[in-house]
Ligand binder design. Structure first.
Ligand code: SF4
Ligand code: SF4
Length: 141
């Protein structure tokens, strides 16, 4: 499969257009994510249309009628797949702030299909922690 085909706006193959993580999303986004979406997506030039500041003073994706503002619920696709936020790329890998470690989100029904290689998983976790510290300015140990 060519890179171009891989980047078409559907969920990744492992997801099989599940879209569960795009329902009532609580995805946090960085300034970099916001800039990328506004630069690349003609339909989303005003950030107020797709994000808000949450109670922790972090930018978060909005939902419309229970789905992420970027999710097409009829087609079950992410309409900004190529430019989706970094947190959506890490998912179902998330960081558990209480246990201070990367975990798989229990809400994803196919976690066993992701990051099967332990070394890849460790590297991805390091990237996730760096993202939280450097881009979201979240103080993790
Ligand atoms: S919940 Fe899991 S399987 Fe479903 S779309 Fe999200 S990452 Fe893919
Ligand atoms: S940006 Fe795309 S992948 Fe991320 S929650 Fe929204 S619809 Fe899902």
């Amino acid at each position: 499969m060519s890179r171009r085909q891989k980047e078409k706006p559907t969920m990744s193959n492992d997801c099989e257009n599940c879209g569960k993580c795009c329902i009532e999303t609580e995805m946090i986004v960085s300034e970099h994510d916001i800039d990328l979406i506004m630069r690349k997506c003609q339909d989303h030039k005003r950030k107020q249309e797709f994000i808000f500041k949450n109670k922790d003073d972090l930018f978060q994706l909005k939902n419309i009628e229970g789905y992420c503002v970027f999710f097409d619920k009829l087609l079950k696709i992410c309409t900004i797949y190529e430019f989706r936020p970094q947190g959506c790329r890490f998912y179902p890998l998330i960081y558990d702030f209480h246990r201070k470690k990367c975990i798989f989100d229990k809400d994803c029904p196919r976690v066993n299909l992701f990051y099967q290689d332990k070394q890849v998983l460790k590297e991805k976790c390091d990237v996730l922690k760096r993202f939280l510290k450097e881009q979201l300015k979240i103080n993790i140990i």
